[in-house]
Design a protein around this ligand. Structure first.
Ligand code: ZN
Length: 95
């Protein structure tokens, strides 16, 4: 299952209002403690990551020919220009 970011405070509020009266305060408190014990997810860790794979040649205009390691969509970059994200899949380029 893919991770997703949620609002823990909204979840605690929802638990409290959904189960109001149906379960005791002890159970509600226990659920809140479980929620509080969950690790905080760094949003950056969920970002798609990839790198440019360079073909080792240039096109007729001198641009570097490359493609995304994730979606394999081709691209051409002017030498010396940093392209931090894939234009097509949105992955952040590393390395
Ligand atoms: Zn891509």
């Amino acid at each position: 299952m893919e991770k997703r970011l949620i609002d823990a405070n909204a979840l605690k509020k929802e638990v409290k209002s959904t189960f109001r009266g149906a379960i005791g305060l002890t159970v509600t408190g226990a659920v809140h403690e479980i929620i509080d014990r969950q690790p905080t997810i760094d949003p950056e860790s969920l970002r798609l990551k990839a790198h440019w794979i360079y073909a080792g040649r240039t096109d007729e205009d001198g641009n570097l020919v490359c493609w995304c390691s994730r979606c394999e969509h081709g691209d051409r970059h002017s030498p010396g220009i940093t392209v931090p994200y894939c234009w097509f899949c949105g992955a952040k380029m590393e390395g």
